[in-house]
Design a protein around this ligand. Sequence first.
Ligand code: XMP
Length: 521
Amino acid sequence: MPYNPAMKETIAIVDFGSQYSQLIARRVRENRVFSVVCAPDVDLQQLRDLNLAGLIFTGGPASVYEPGSPRCSEAMLELGVPVLGICYGMQISCLLLGAEVNAAPAREYGRVRLDVLDDTDLLGHVSSPASVWMSHGDMVRSLPKEFIPLARTANCPIAAVRHRHKPVFGVQFHPEVTHTACGGQILRNFLYNICGCRGSWEVRNFVTETVEAIRQRVGADERVICGLSGGVDSSVTAALLHEAIGDRLVCIFVDNGVLRKNEVQLVESTFREHFKIDLRVADAAERFLSRLAGVTDPQEKRRRIGHEFIEVFKEEARTIPHARYLAQGTLYPDVIESGQGLAGQAANIKLHHNVGGLPAELGFELIEPLRDLFKDEVRSAGEHLGLPKEIVWRHPFPGPGLAVRIIGEVTAERVKLLQEVDEIVLDEIRAAGWYAKIGQAFAVLLPISAVGVMGDGRSYEGQQVVALRFVETSDFMTADWVHLDYEVLGCISSRIINEVPGVNRVVYDISSKPPSTIEWE
Ligand code: XMP
């Protein structure tokens, strides 16, 4: 069912281990050209099977002359489509075509002045000098005469190149990062002028075509089950399926007792009342809380919640006749990072909390309609499908919910308290216009009693401390704490202390990830 890239002009991003590989893929899509990420040793036939318009070789942390550094075959340069090598990608393509690459006498990191020598193709409309972002210790030292240098910097005489007879181009700098102001122009030159792309990739078409593909796949007497969490990915998955097969979609929402305040109502009003989706809410709060009683170890909390979730889900699913498929909101970064698809083993395998989903033993066939999309595209699909902004733009919320934000034991009282605090936090940052600028904002209930003043004396009785954690991040792999206005922080703190009985102290977490994590446990 995945969106069929064979029909679409596609740029393949050959990943040599760069932290920017997905960013490059997204930049290409921002230019309305579909992109896939693949490993350097991908079977070339798989690339030929695509409607391939060009290749982009990414940067990478290795040196091309080191044994064991990632390589692609020279045949990749002979696929008949243009190639743009970036940093390591430029070095490897030049090396394969006879250039010499070795350590640069002076490394370049950060903003560097670039003098354009030839602005006829790749660097068209780039005014010289330009400011570009560099990050390299090696460089192309000498070129065979078939190459033409296109630009230079003070320390890097060959900062951009073109082959005379083959459509092979290279840049030593990083056009994909925003610090390279002319990067967008260079990518557009490559995509539109050099690869001849038409720019036909649109989320709107994706929605129409995916809806059609789901209709073809799901039989008239078959049903699809979708585990709805209220998060963006499962919500868009549900809306897409509902558009395709209407009441043959059944959504299961598990109330695990550690959700946000009013979450059940929001999900019910959006999906049952607005979309008229067949939504089954499993009220399992007590069951989960009793499984969590006495547990303080975070991984054990996760394990028990995960296990219980599968049990509850199975029980609900059993009550739905003719259910053949299970829909999951897997996204393209999950596919790349778990080494599936063309990304293969060479992809940076990252530890993800969300990969995996429900186990195969449930016996359903999987439908993963968002497997080819990045998060921003999923949000855009959600808007096309008419999901409310509140759902489309919401911050992520972990599967184990408030259980991992209550440090120590999870009890019904502590959940209730944190729900009240959480609601105030979200209210205030929305009101102050900060919600959209923050990646995730939440409160953590700490397992300590804080001293307070009660009348004339010091009191230690049952007074709790909450920590506020607001982070900005692009991928949740790294994050920085948000430099929120003191005014807003002050407002949140006084509302919590005034309105939530039992809390008399609020602290703000100013640690970045790494070395901290976003959640506290
Ligand atoms: P960390 O704390 O690892 O969080 O920096 C990164 C992102 O993952 C979310 N997170 C989880 N999501 N189950 C989930 O579904 C979990 O157990 C879990 N732990 C962390 C976290 O909220 C952040 O978005």
